[in-house]
Ligand binder design. Structure first.
Ligand code: SAM
Ligand code: SF4
Length: 328
């Protein structure tokens, strides 16, 4: 079985965007109350006394939008400075990034993924929920700033939705030609917006690769990350193209991660609701971190049995938590 040593930590379930595929406008979302969020100290305690002793050394901060978390730079610094932290990354929508990119870097964050589903500001607004504000430019500035500051690798995440942004795949792929940027295409999952998924479906990574191959050629990259992405490269390009194909391929056997939601629920598999444990309530009830370690160890022992591959196809679109709530 794969060593599970990677924890994705959702810092907050709220977001300043309303992406079509994640938290569409009008969706009734029940936000976690402030007092139910894990505090910074609780996160650090769980890392130091539960996850690190179990071998976790790699962490990603996500959400919701992690940059909405108050004092996020301090928290980054605390996690980055734990002696066992080998890798600390963040996934953000980039909107609030430009002014604090340098601070995040100085605090010890080295890797960042920024979601960018379109290079067209109008389509971007349509995807993120149009509030009559022009937000593409600010996200783009966040990306440029992160690059300038030295985040390496700088990854751009693209969820491909048929009829919305799939015609931009070549343009987005072309961003990797002259810069050491890594564009990752993610297959749209039936989580967050089952209606849109039902209407539009999803585009397979294989189809995207065919389109890119026909335009420039495509080679499998020698660099393979630790994650689920299959990594390719346009010949001669400085950056890479990643394909995350959780709909068309099963990568459960190489899954190395679990997810801690902002309210302290630990989830062993993104797409399966069974087996979650409520670490925050246990911690607040005074259960020893040694016992929590045991609970997590048990969960890890049967994780491979409840991974996505075991899901009942009949449950498509009925997950009770969205990506923003789980910590995608
Ligand atoms: N707000 C941050 C952002 O958008 O990057 C971090 C949280 S977001 C939930 C993390 C990732 O999940 C993003 O790259 C987003 O595109 C992806 N995501 C959200 N809903 C998805 C869905 N239904 N299918 C595939 N990817 C999804
Ligand atoms: Fe917010 Fe990220 Fe979800 Fe978009 S994908 S709504 S930016 S949490």
């Amino acid at each position: 079985m794969n060593q599970v040593d990677y924890l994705r930590i959702s810092l907050i379930d709220r977001c300043n965007f309303r992406c079509l595929y994640c938290m569409p406008e009008g969706a009734e979302l029940q936000y976690i109350l402030k007092q139910q969020l894990l505090t910074d100290q609780e996160i650090i305690t769980l890392l130091q006394e539960v996850f690190i002793p179990l071998g976790f050394t790699r962490f990603r901060l996500t959400g919701g939008e992690p940059l909405l978390r108050p004092h996020v730079v301090d928290l980054v610094s605390k996690i980055a400075h734990l002696p066992q932290t080998q890798d600390l990354a963040m996934t953000t929508n980039g909107f609030l990034l430009a002014p604090i990119a340098q601070n995040l870097y100085d605090a010890g964050l080295r890797r960042i993924n920024i979601s960018l589903d379109s290079l067209d500001p109008d389509i971007f607004e349509q995807i993120i929920g149009n509030h009559g504000r022009k937000r593409w430019q600010q996200v783009w500035e966040g990306i440029q700033k992160a690059y300038e500051v030295g985040f390496d690798p700088l990854k751009l995440n693209v969820v491909v939705i048929p009829g919305v942004n799939d015609h931009e795949v070549l343009e987005l792929a072309a961003l990797t030609i002259n810069k050491n940027w890594h564009v990752r295409f993610i297959e749209f999952m039936p989580i967050g917006n089952g209606d849109l998924f039902g209407d539009r479906g999803w585009v397979s990574s294989a189809e995207l690769r065919d389109r890119i191959r026909q335009r420039w050629g495509l080679t499998e990259s020698a660099v393979r990350g630790n994650g689920p992405a299959d990594v390719f490269q346009i010949p001669g390009a400085k950056g890479t193209l990643g394909f995350i194909s959780q709909m068309s391929e099963c990568f459960c056997d190489r899954c190395n991660r679990v997810r801690l939601a902002a309210d302290g629920w630990l989830r062993p598999c993104l797409l399966n609701e069974t087996g979650q444990i409520d670490l925050k309530s246990s911690l607040r009830a005074g259960i020893s971190t040694f016992q929590l370690q045991e609970q997590v160890r048990n969960l890890l022992n049967f994780k491979s049995e409840i991974n996505f591959k075991q899901r009942d196809p009949g449950t498509l679109g009925t997950y009770t938590r969205t990506m923003s709530q789980i910590g995608g």
